[in-house]
Structure formats: C-alpha cells, structure tokens
Design a protein around this ligand. Structure first.
Ligand code: F6P
Length: 328
C-alpha cells in the first residue's frame, strides 16, 4: 500500500482517552476534506480495525466536538491486535474499505500497534494523546494540561477542608509509571511534598522531615502528592500515621483526571497536530509520529520515536523543595 497517493484516511483513538482527542479527530477530518481526501472513523481503536467497526465521517460529523471530553470514536486496548492474525484482519479491513493510511491518536501502546501495522504495508501517522505526558518523541501530549488543571482544582478543594480541620492530605494522581503529572500538579498546587517513581523514596527525608519542617514553619495542614507509579497512597497514608501520629485523609483522584472539556492548550495543540498529520500524508510522508518541539510540530519515524525517552526534570523537584516549608 506504500507510496501511492492517499485518497482515504482511517482515523482512530486508542488506549486511555485524553481531553482533546476529539479536537484532534475534528482536525484530521476537516483537514482531509480540505486536501480532497475522504475520512473514515474507526471505532474502538485497533480492535475496531480488526472488527471492521467504522463510521463514515463528513465535515459535519465533527461539529460541536471541539470542546467535548472523551472520544466520539470510543477507545479500547486490544489484545487481538497483539497477534499476527489480528493484525492481518486489520490489513484486510483497510483493503476492504479502501483505506490508504491510518492516523492513530493515543500513547505508547497505540504507536507500538502503529509500527506493526506499518510493517504490513499500511502507512500510518501517530498523534500523541495521553494525560501522562510520558512520550519521548513529543515535548507535549494532548490532554496533559487539562488533566493537570482538573487535579489542581480537586486539590484546591481538598485543601479547604484540610485547612479547616488542620489535617494531612495524601492525594494519588495518575501517570502510570511516570511522575510528570504528579510533579507538575504538586508545584502548581503548592504541595508539601511529592513522590514520583523517577526518584528513589527516602520516606524519612521525603515525607517525615518535610512535614516536620512545614509544621515548624507554622503550617497546620499538609498536602502530599503521590504519583500512582510510586505505589498506593493508602500505604503512604498509613506510614505517615505510624511515623508522625497524624491521621491523614487519602484521596485517589483516578479517572476524574481523564474527563472534562479540553482547555485551550489541548484544543489548540490537538488541532495543529491533526492538521499536521494529514498534511504529512498529503506530502507523501508516513510511518511517523507527529510531536511538539520548541513550539513547532515535527514528524519523527515511528521506530525512532518509540526509542526516545523523556526525562523528568529533577530541577522541578528542587523548585518544589524550595517552596515546601511555607504555607502554599
Ligand atoms: O495512560 C493514561 C492512564 O490514565 C494512566 O495514567 C493510568 O495508569 C491508566 O491510563 C489507567 O488505565 P485504565 O483506564 O485502563 O484504568
């Protein structure tokens, strides 16, 4: 299927959803139309491609979705797509529907699927969307900013009641194996301490002493942000109780962080990425991931993109430490 003019694009969202996925779908559909291409929506990610689960998309199919959270195309994590048989079925669906290329919106797992499909001759372009912001190939991933703001709003609410009762709050935020979301949120919410998987935990120094120092500085309530990749916030809460004799309240923010209307950054980035992905195909390039770099958008070959690592900036951890002893 390689190297021919792209006339029909299949677009799908896969893996965990992220606010702004709809904005990316809209941009893909509208840009395709402006380039005289057709667009087919594949529902439920790679599994939908296997099952031939699709919906034709016209310009008005994507009306009013720019501001909607979730994904109108639904999403899934597909075990079948991990098998050769599943992937062959997906290629057959592309042939049957006359799909010349796929634009896949999602995270790491989505792009590993994209690489496998490209190896079977289907041109693919990936758009990074995950609240975890953990992809090395793109400085920014769609959904991160909205998720941060949602988490901050929740923490601000928690702080009100923690302050009234002079309590310690332990809040678990998402991020899978990475601490990008947790560290960003902790700085923006003025947390007493943050625990991230990228930094080996020294409970005495990272938690006990930070609470003690904050107390000595006059604080009577404390906010500990825990990235889910570190472990259970309930266990951290239990250890705080044991070591400091406090009675912390534990909150797991969970999927709340994935919902809601995308904010300006996510709508704008998703729209530019969707546009760029279609233009990439129109210009004859494929098998790449589009990503943000120094304010612009670039495309990187999928294989290379999957090897790229993003480093958690520990300088930010130092920033939080410098703030921590005072009231937020
Ligand atoms: O990758 C996005 C994410 O929300 C992670 O932060 C989290 O670990 C995971 O997905 C949760 O997945 P699920 O929706 O399958 O519970």
């Amino acid at each position: 299927m390689d190297n021919k003019k792209i006339k029909r694009i299949g677009v799908l969202t896969s893996g965990g959803d992220a606010p702004g996925m709809n904005a990316a779908v809209r941009a893909v559909v509208r840009t395709a139309i402006s380039c005289d291409m057709e667009c087919i929506g594949i529902r439920r990610g790679w599994q939908g491609l296997i099952n031939s689960d699709f919906m034709p998309m016209k310009g008005d199919s994507v009306n009013h979705i720019l501001s909607r959270g979730g994904t109108i195309l639904y999403t899934a994590r597909s075990d079948d797509f991990m098998t050769e048989e599943g992937r062959k079925k997906a290629v057959s669906t592309c042939k049957m529907l006359g799909i010349d290329a796929i634009i896949a919106i999602g995270g790491d797992g989505t792009f590993r699927g994209a690489l496998e499909l490209s190896r079977l001759g289907v041109p693919v372009v990936g758009i990074p969307a995950t609240i975890d912001n953990d992809l090395g190939c793109s400085n920014y991933t769609i959904g991160f900013d909205t998720a941060c703001n949602t988490a901050i709003e929740c923490i601000d609410r928690l702080r009100d009641t923690m302050q009234s009762h002079e309590r310690c709050s332990v809040v678990e935020v998402m991020g899978r194996n990475a601490g990008f979301l947790a560290l960003y949120v902790a700085i923006a919410a003025g947390a007493t301490a943050v625990l991230v998987p990228e930094r080996e935990l020294d409970f005495q120094k990272d938690v006990v002493e930070r609470i003690q120092n904050a107390r000595l500085a006059g604080n009577t309530h404390f906010m500990i942000v825990v990235a889910e990749g570190v472990g259970s916030a309930f266990e951290i809460g239990a250890r705080i109780k044991e070591e400091l004799g406090m009675d912390p309240r534990v909150t797991v923010l969970g999927h709340i962080q994935r919902g809601g209307s995308p904010n300006a950054r996510d709508r704008e980035t998703a729209t530019r990425m969707g546009y760029f992905a279609v233009k990439t195909l129109a210009e004859g390039r494929s098998n790449c991931i589009v990503g943000t770099k120094q304010g612009g958008i670039v495309d990187i070959p999928i294989e290379e993109a999957l090897t790229m690592k993003k480093r958690l900036q520990m300088e930010r951890y130092n920033v939080l430490e410098a703030m921590g002893n005072f009231s937020h």
